[in-house]
Design a protein around this ligand. Structure first.
Ligand code: HEC
Ligand code: HEC
Length: 324
């Protein structure tokens, strides 16, 4: 990521702005029906054992398709072990889940349906239920010319989620694209400079149009005592991966509290306090990234500016949030 330091602000501009994805009308029409079907599935509790929980129970539009709990609740009140991430801006991701154990949205979609703490339904049974539903059988026949099956169910869910891209309506985008030079306050502009600056390194990990390099890093949330989630290590069994988690994108982050894979930081203020001095929260982190080792010790003004900057990443238009 070092090359970002040499190419300077001009390229930062290019990499850092969310461009609306250009697609032709024909493609839109073909995919539109699949997106609509995927949306119906995403919001339908039919995919859970006792038909009480849908994907949207945990991925709620008003929280940018995350929720506001440290750990979400699945069927029969069962509580999960990780914080629910936003499923907006997934189209360009290389890995899914905090540990990156799924490599595509299609592969990912089966896991929550079968997870005993989430929807607790075997995928075969989910397929069967959709085949027995006249409404779904007809929709799949029209759109995929086939009965519901693993490929078309996961395709529709993935297509819907890929449609949930930020649309460039966040104050940060309006300002970066010169559409509205008043969109960022002076404090947000200062916060942005801290964020992208060499001194504080946020941008080393949170870069690109969605503020993530799709990598796994350890920012100090594994201590072998109270904090025992080994993250990426569970997938690779490589000891250098202990305590690494997927760098999350930061679009709409102001809507997705609480934060981190375990929801342990409740507000953006707390997140910035954490980056200011991680040891105030975790005394003896194991395998922490070298960028995190020296506390940054922000001034109160810098903390405020960074928090305000993070608020500027909130889209004006969150898909479907006014329908709910
Ligand atoms: C009970 C709550 C719950 C339900 C129901 C649920 N999810 Fe999730 N979702 C989570 C949690 C928690 C994670 C993170 C788990 C992890 O990293 O191990 C997650 C992760 C994801 C991710 C990965 C996001 C990323 O940033 O990597 C996607 C995509 C996703 N869910 C889609 C779905 C879909 C599609 C459904 C319905 C078929 C669904 N979820 C149902 C809680 C839920
Ligand atoms: C060494 C890489 C790295 C650096 C540097 C870094 N981050 Fe992060 N950031 C991460 C990782 C990894 C996570 C997720 C950790 C987890 O899930 O436990 C994260 C999570 C976050 C979150 C919470 C997102 C969420 O949805 O839970 C925010 C906000 C954030 N970072 C902002 C910043 C800011 C501001 C800075 C600079 C002061 C910064 N980051 C520097 C890697 C980094």
């Amino acid at each position: 990521m070092k090359y970002f330091h040499f190419i300077g602000l001009f390229l930062v501009f290019i990499f850092f702005v969310k461009k609306p994805t250009a697609s032709t009308n024909i493609q839109n029409q073909a995919s539109g029906a699949k997106v609509k079907l995927g949306k119906k599935l995403f919001f339908d509790p039919i995919l859970s054992a006792d038909t009480s929980i849908s994907c949207a129970s945990c991925h709620q539009p008003q929280f940018a398709f995350a929720d506001n709990k440290a750990f979400s609740v699945g069927v029969e009140g069962r509580v999960g072990e990780r914080n629910t991430p936003s499923v907006m801006n997934m189209a360009s991701r290389d890995f899914f889940f905090h540990d990156g154990r799924a490599l595509s949205l299609e592969e990912q979609a089966i896991i929550p349906i079968e997870n005993p703490a989430e929807m607790n339904l075997s995928f075969e049974e989910a397929v069967q239920r959709l085949r027995e539903s006249e409404v779904y059988a007809a929709l799949f026949e029209t759109i995929y010319q086939a009965a519901p099956n693993k490929e078309n169910i996961t395709d529709a869910l993935a297509m819907f989620q890929r449609s949930l891209e930020s649309d460039g309506s966040a104050p940060h985008d309006l300002w970066m694209m010169d559409i509205d030079l008043t969109a960022l306050t002076a404090s947000q502009q200062r916060g942005r400079l801290i964020f992208i600056g060499d001194e504080f390194k946020c941008f080393e990990c949170h870069f690109g149009p969605d503020f993530t390099g799709d990598e796994f890093r350890n920012i100090g949330f594994y201590d072998g005592g109270e904090l025992l989630d080994k993250g990426r290590y569970e997938v690779t069994k490589d000891s250098s991966d202990i305590g690494k988690f997927k760098v999350p994108g930061l679009r709409n982050v102001a809507l997705t509290a609480p934060y981190m894979h375990n929801g342990m930081l409740e507000t953006l203020e707390e997140v910035v306090d954490y980056y200011s001095n991680p040891y105030d929260f975790v005394k003896n982190p194991i395998n922490m990234d070298s960028l995190m080792v020296e506390p940054l010790n922000f001034t109160n003004q810098q903390k405020e500016d960074l928090v305000n900057f993070l608020h500027s990443l909130t889209d004006k238009n969150i898909p479907y949030s006014d329908e709910m």
